[in-house]
Design a protein around this ligand. Sequence first.
Ligand SMILES: [Zn+2]
Ligand SMILES: [Zn+2]
Length: 292
Amino acid sequence: MLIGAHVSTAGGLHKAVERGVERGCEAIQIFHQSPRAWRPTNFGPDDFAAFNEAFAASPLGSTVIHAVYLINTCSPDAEISSKSLASLTHALRLGDAIGADGVVLHAGSRKQDPLEEAVARSGALVREALAETESCPVLFENTAGTTGPLGRDFDELAMLVEAAGAGDRIGTCIDCCHLFASGFDIVEPEALSVVVDDLDREVGLDRLRCLHVNDSAVPMGANRDKHANVGEGEMGERGIATFLSEPRFEDLPALLETPGPDKQGSDLAEVQHAKDLRAQGLAARTQAAAGA
Ligand SMILES: [Zn+2]
Ligand SMILES: [Zn+2]
């Protein structure tokens, strides 16, 4: 497992590598443009070269791009849809240029629209973005919330994967905070194992390429997407340790997207805390197996 965090690209794409290293990350996640504005960042060959050089010289093992939340792949509004396509394509081009392991995507909110139609619109848009780019995968993230965010359960993730063509470039990202807030019981290893079985059956574990590791500021099933620092939320240290030690997650990048101690994002101490919790989780599993 490669434990890391979402980091800023302020000051240049390659600065993200520096920030990742400073935080003790083994993997990093970045935004491809400002998350608050539609205007795509105009990266050029020099930016890609600087990033790739810094990355190659670093101990980092994986980069993942998070598509900005403005994107709504299922919007029936022509303007939002065309801006979403442009932004997702931009993210995938960046992913191609820096060898990212994927672009994590919240498919978007369907609000009151019927599910099937919304999923079909999403699939058409994602297929178009894939057709315009080379090889970087799109990773649909599971979501939490009450305004019809697509991907709230594995049925919906499977529908999104199918609608997007179910090719090699379609994968998933699982966020433990979103699972927990959407009502999945994942704090104890046995319970998480059942959830992972379901994910495997409905979506396929071969599609799982990335994990988001956030504690939840709201109780299980509260249907709100509110991240807490690892070990400080409703999942607690036990829940995070369980998630980080699930054997079937072993080969994945696992990225923190927490508020951090000063609301500046996850820091060195929190990344280390996550690594410690993983070690605790692994030890507890070994102990349980020995006792069984
Ligand atoms: Zn997430
Ligand atoms: Zn979230």
